[in-house]
Design a binder for this molecule. Structure first.
Ligand code: MRU
Length: 369
């Protein structure tokens, strides 16, 4: 994506082939800083501390983490037991987004099947790059498919502004390029459709206010940041035509784990007959889980993310305490929206209803997994 005229991705391999470069998302929108990841420990810290975040990007970062593990093997050879232990450390960095385990497992099965140290390193580098490119292509296709939903609304509204609402950041910053929920917005904007996006601020870490607003603004898309509780009111007053969110893990039956608060938006959309779509690449489906509420692990994070808010003050990025010093806080990072509240999924293969039958019709190769 273009940032101030320069093409940029969220992650790339440096020319030295031993440094993974990422945008440090903790500092946006105030500072655009690139961080270097050179070891598995660096990758784990970047994922845990949310230097990188968003399901597809966590997956790609994990894949590059496996590549760094092959480069930094303590022995001359890369033994399976060493690689398996590094993979398991990587996978435990964040629990909810299934893309991390998916990408790391894919890397392990490929690399462990290759013989020779330099051959393993080479294969790992190529596979991590391939996963990144596949995610880019999936997001591009999600944009093409999802565009038709926005275009249809635009026609039905006699070419008046289409108002979208999104939660958290499921934009290019959460992926490598384009984003998932934002990809249809970028395509619609490029094709001249008048759109406006309501951006949920998304407490506690404000991925909407900080990241989605930054992305959309850089692209020139009209948007308004709202409090997390404003969506229901806007929906009751006809100010939202469609909700599109991303997801961290979606069961093959259509239950959606996404940033905390997504469920409440889905309830409000359902109550107001507003379409609620979830955009995702196939790497975000969990093909093993039937019941999302019982089965999807929900990350709990440091309560200080709730007790403090970060912002810019006189040119300095600062944390400010907003609760009584002694009050405890509970930081549940994700929730699960049941399939019955989801109108449909926008995937790289097209759009389907949120049912096991329709999901498996789009991905028939998963029918027996
Ligand atoms: O905690 P985060 O910022 O990693 O949460 C991200 C989200 O909830 C996104 O909506 C999700 O990962 C989809 S990203 C395309």
């Amino acid at each position: 994506m273009k940032v101030d005229g320069n093409n940029m991705r969220t992650i790339w391999l440096d020319k030295d082939l031993s440094t993974v470069k990422v945008i440090d998302q903790r500092l946006l929108p105030h500072r655009l800083v690139i961080s270097d990841l050179k070891t598995v420990d660096h990758v784990i810290a970047a994922v845990k501390e949310m230097v990188v975040r968003g399901a597809p990007l966590i997956g790609v970062t994990g894949a590059y983490g496996v590549y760094l593990a092959t480069l930094n093997s303590p022995a001359k050879t890369i033994e399976d037991h060493y690689l398996a232990a590094e993979c398991s450390r990587l996978k435990s960095a964040r629990p909810t987004a299934v893309n991390l385990a998916w990408a790391v497992d894919r890397m392990f099965s490929l690399v462990s099947g290759v013989s020779g140290t330099s051959e393993k390193i080479d294969a790992a580098r190529k596979e991590a790059g391939k996963i990144a490119e596949e995610e880019v292509e999936s997001c591009r296709k999600i944009g093409e498919h999802g565009y038709h939903l926005i275009e249809g609304l635009h026609r039905r509204k006699n070419k008046e502004t289409v108002n979208l609402l999104t939660h958290c950041n499921a934009g290019w910053l959460a992926c490598v390029e384009y984003g998932t929920a934002t990809a249809p917005m970028y395509v619609a904007f490029d094709k001249g459709i008048d759109i406006h996006v309501w951006v949920d601020e998304t407490r506690p870490l404000n991925q909407g206010a900080r990241l989605t607003a930054w992305e959309l603004g850089k692209y020139g898309i009209r948007h308004t940041v709202i409090t997390d509780n404003a969506g229901g009111h806007l929906m009751q007053h006809g100010m939202v035509d469609i909700v599109i969110t991303g997801t961290d893990r979606t069961t093959y039956t259509g239950d959606v784990a996404n940033k905390i608060g997504t469920y409440l938006k889905a309830l409000a959309a359902h109550d107001n007959n507003i379409p609620f779509y979830v955009a995702l690449p196939s790497s975000t489906f969990d093909w093993t889980l039937r019941d999302g509420i019982k089965g999807i692990p929900i990350e709990t994070r440091d309560p200080d993310e709730i007790r403090y808010v970060q912002g810019m003050n006189h040119g300095m990025i600062k944390d400010v305490l907003i609760t009584p010093i002694a009050s405890p806080a509970g930081n549940f990072a994700f929730d699960v929206t049941p399939a019955r509240l989801v109108t449909g999924f926008i995937t790289e293969r097209g759009i389907c209803n949120a049912s096991e039958k329709e999901i498996l019709n789009l991905f028939p190769e998963r029918k027996n997994s």
